[in-house]
Design a protein around this ligand. Structure first.
Ligand code: GTP
Ligand code: ZN
Length: 352
């Protein structure tokens, strides 16, 4: 029986195991563990994963939850062998046993995962049904997009929105570099959605507003490389020390300067109850595959079109060639303006 064996960490490199895990799609019934939590783990301490680095997890154990070590502390841990194929990501609440002191050189062992409130996933591209778990337990997604340099792309923001709604995560938008271009034409595309928008420029960072919305929540920051996500995070979390880069003048692309995901604690205003918030930084992603999201999931990302879609004939595909799709009628009779028509186009591109 493996769990009596000494702990050895048989980690496959992170990327590989994550794909391996989901490709297999094991029959959950056949693989169900005999007991949910083995008695020897009843004294497990729960911590939140704040960093992942080559098979080593940093977990923050809150004050008072580890009887032997009552102060808040971080623990370095490896996965127990039986969790080898289980993706463990930033934001996960993990059950830790062994040396949970967090002292120099100590290594604890993760023996289980608490249920996740939310799971943010993505796939490499739309044809790829292999999904990758990016972040667990996020409440919000702050979509960082630049008004220029790199040029904002409606499609990418649409993808983030769909992924957020699909995961049950509240989206927020921060448009940066408004010193370089007028952001309003771009933002008009999303105006019918009830998504809070922050506008940002050097010397006019909307830090107070963003901080207020972070309080008591876990917010995952996403954005194309070079949009200024790290700059923003460094301003929000002064000791974050996220690497910032320069946009390549020829390609307009940023270098991939932040390469790992971390959770950082952000101080928030006293008016927000003094509760801190968690900021999760993810490496800049160029594409955001939605191969794992069903068409219903995609439709849920277009809350502004929901009322119209409700009037569609049963089984309507909502595509260009769908007979009697109410979206076409709404564009034709003016219920949807130019921005609304563009939203219909966005939806149809994603449904293809
Ligand atoms: N003009 C202008 N430049 C900005 C603004 N915000 C950030 N920048 C610059 O944009 C460049 C890219 O910023 P980063 O913060 O590194 O971008 P990032 O999104 O974190 O990029 P990755 O680390 O590659 O994911 C840097 O040179 C920043 O100084 C802004 O509001 N206006
Ligand atoms: Zn339709």
């Amino acid at each position: 029986m493996s769990w009596l064996a000494p702990d050895e960490d048989e980690d496959i490199p992170y990327g590989e195991y994550a794909e391996h895990e989901v490709r297999q799609r094991p029959n959950p019934k056949a693989n169900r563990p005999r007991t949910k939590r083995r008695p020897e783990h009843s004294d497990a301490v729960v911590g939140m994963v704040t960093a992942v680095d080559r098979g080593r997890y940093t977990a923050l154990v809150p004050a008072g939850s580890d009887p032997g070590h009552p102060d808040e502390h971080s623990v370095l841990a490896a996965r127990a062998r039986e969790l080898r194929r289980t993706p463990i990501v930033i934001g996960d609440r993990v059950q830790l046993v062994g040396d949970t002191s967090g002292s120099e050189g100590s290594l604890s062992r993760i023996v289980g995962l608490e249920d996740r409130r939310t799971v943010l996933r993505r796939s490499a591209d739309d044809s790829d049904r292999v999904e990758r778990v990016m972040v667990a337990n996020a409440d919000q997604m702050l979509i960082v997009v630049a008004a220029a340099d790199p040029e904002p792309r409606v499609r990418l923001v649409d993808r983030y929105l769909v992924a957020a709604y699909d995961a049950g995560i509240r989206p927020l938008i921060c448009i940066t570099k408004i010193d370089l271009a007028d952001p309003e034409p771009f933002l008009a595309h999303f105006s019918a959605l009830e998504v809070p928008v922050f506008r940002s420029a050097p010397g006019a960072w909307p830090l107070a507003q963003i901080r207020a919305s972070l309080a008591g929540r876990t917010t995952v920051f996403v954005g194309h490389s070079g949009v200024g996500k790290s700059t923003l995070i460094n301003a929000l979390v002064p000791d974050a020390d996220r690497a910032t880069g320069h946009v390549n003048e020829v390609t307009g692309r940023g270098r991939h300067t932040s390469s790992s995901s971390v959770a950082l604690r952000a101080a928030t205003p006293r008016s927000a109850g003094g509760e801190s918030g968690w900021v999760i930084d993810t490496p800049g992603v160029r594409s955001f595959g939605l191969g794992h999201v069903t068409s219903d999931g995609i439709l849920r990302g277009f809350t502004d079109l929901a009322e119209i879609i409700d009037l569609c004939p049963r089984g309507c595909t909502h595509q260009d060639d769908a007979p009697d799709c109410e979206l076409d009628a709404a564009v034709a009779d003016g219920r949807l303006d130019a921005a609304g028509a563009a939203r219909v186009e966005s939806l149809r591109r994603l449904l293809k």
